[in-house]
Design a protein around this ligand. Structure first.
Ligand SMILES: Cc1cc2nc3c(=O)[nH]c(=O)nc-3n(C[C@H](O)[C@H](O)[C@H](O)COP(=O)(O)OP(=O)(O)OC[C@H]3O[C@@H](n4cnc5c(N)ncnc54)[C@H](O)[C@@H]3O)c2cc1C
Length: 402
């Protein structure tokens, strides 16, 4: 059985950020005995979601990327003569620039070849510390394990769930995770949700000439990042001062709030609304029924029921996590039970599961990392914490527990 210092499950931005921090800030020689397990290539899920929604630029700022040096991406752009690929007041990088930068980190830091193309089917915490990592191709023993698997599932509103139960998964009524741009040109579209994904889908259909109704629960909320910038500094300090993880989970959830949209996309949408290409309604949905080839969505609008016929109804209602969504935590849950708050486990400060050296990055670390935990910012906060706990010499940029 091969012995590793570190096994990471998942080869997304969280894993890349952690490896960059290890490479830069130690512990020394750890990367020589590190493996990253994923059947998909590096950042495959990231690239897929940007391609699906044809997203031209990131939501996050120029200083939010996997390298520990916040100015690394700006320097890379300058060297490549691509400084014009930052947009807006926070310098949002273009999708291509960010992808090229991540590729350069993988190559220059020698991280690409750390990936073993395998699905991990079990993680067994060992009494002696460390854990066993089981794949179809073999079993590894690792001193430390990091799960960076992004265990989220779509939030399906009850009216969509009911429609699926009544009519089966007929085409046209879907969560945004199943949406593709090929759906253009099929007829009227209703997009539900007040966040950036809803905005991008609504704009894509409107620009393709489809009649679009955009439904939100409240007026559009403009915000650069999906959390207020204070949550990357001052608020984060206050968050860590709260001892009860349950209270921290509700603070973090409140901070994320409902959906919000950056100024650029908001302005785009407003001009599509002004030109009549999108109708915007702040109305709750009453129900969804199948009608022949299409759908009929009923909403409560100004005290009346309004009927919206649609070829496609797209619910951009986000995703949620729960400790049960990660099957690799099955043994941790049964053999090292720990309390949880709203589905989030009470992790240690170094993001490890109680009594193990299995660390969690991403959505399940909400109570330790804060409301940005799912994003690249969260990956930076988590990496600082984890690498420091392993004896690395990290120059912290974000407040953490003392
Ligand atoms: C449309 C969209 C736009 C976004 N834009 C931004 C943005 O601009 N800025 C930002 O900071 N964040 C953004 N995010 C949020 C977030 O940063 C991304 O979702 C990011 O991809 C999450 O990274 P991750 O490493 O947690 O997981 P992922 O990128 O989802 O990677 C997880 C990997 O784990 C692998 N895996 C899972 N289970 C196993 C297993 N058992 N064995 C082996 N491998 C496994 C999967 O194959 C996958 O490759 C965006 C999200 C979406 C949906």
């Amino acid at each position: 059985m091969e012995e590793l210092d570190l096994a990471i499950v998942g080869a997304g931005p969280q894993a890349l950020t952690l490896l960059s921090y290890i490479d830069e800030h130690g512990p020394k020689n750890m990367l020589a005995r590190t493996r990253v397990f994923d059947t998909a290539d590096w950042l495959a899920a990231w690239h897929r979601q940007f391609a699906t929604y044809k997203i031209p630029m990131l939501r996050s700022a120029c200083v939010h990327h996997p390298d520990p040096d916040p100015y690394g991406l700006i320097r890379f752009a300058r060297q490549e003569g691509r400084s014009d690929e930052f947009f807006g007041r926070i310098g949002r990088p273009s999708t291509e620039l960010f992808a090229d930068y991540c590729n350069s980190l993988l190559d220059e830091r020698g991280l690409r070849e750390l990936r073993t193309p395998a699905k991990v089917t079990d993680v067994r915490p060992l009494a002696s510390g460390g854990a066993e990592i089981v794949t179809a191709g073999g079993t590894w023993r690792a001193k430390r394990v990091v799960l960076a698997t992004n265990p989220v599932r779509p939030v399906v509103p009850p009216w969509l769930g009911n429609a699926w139960a009544r009519h089966g998964r007929e085409p046209g009524a879907m969560h945004s995770k199943d949406w593709t741009a090929e759906r253009h040109g099929e007829g009227p579209v209703v997009v539900v949700g007040g966040g950036l994904t809803a905005a991008q889908i609504a704009a894509a259909h409107a620009e393709a000439g489809d009649p679009v109704t955009w439904l939100t629960r409240r007026l559009i909320k403009e915000r650069d990042l999906d959390v207020e910038p204070l949550w990357l500094g001052e608020h984060l300090g206050k968050f860590h001062a709260v001892p009860d993880p349950k209270a921290r989970v509700s603070m973090a959830r409140k901070a994320r709030g409902g959906g919000s949209i950056p100024a650029h996309e908001r302005n785009e949408l407003c001009s599509l609304i002004d030109s009549g290409k999108i109708e915007h309604l702040s109305s709750p949905v009453d129900g969804l029924q199948r009608t022949g080839d299409g759908w009929k969505l009923t909403v409560r609008h100004q005290g009346r029921i309004k009927v919206l016929p649609a070829a496609n109804v797209i619910c951009a209602t986000g995703s949620r996590t729960h400790v049960r969504y990660e099957s690799l935590l099955r043994r941790c849950r049964s053999e090292r039970p720990t309390r949880r708050a709203a589905g989030h486990p009470h992790l240690n400060r170094d993001l490890s599961w109680s009594d193990t050296s299995i660390h969690l990055m991403g959505p399940l670390a909400l109570a330790q990392v804060g409301p940005a935990c799912r994003t690249v910012i969260g990956a930076r906060i988590a990496s600082e914490r984890v690498v420091e706990s392993w004896g690395g010499n990290v120059n912290r940029q974000y407040p953490g527990p003392t």
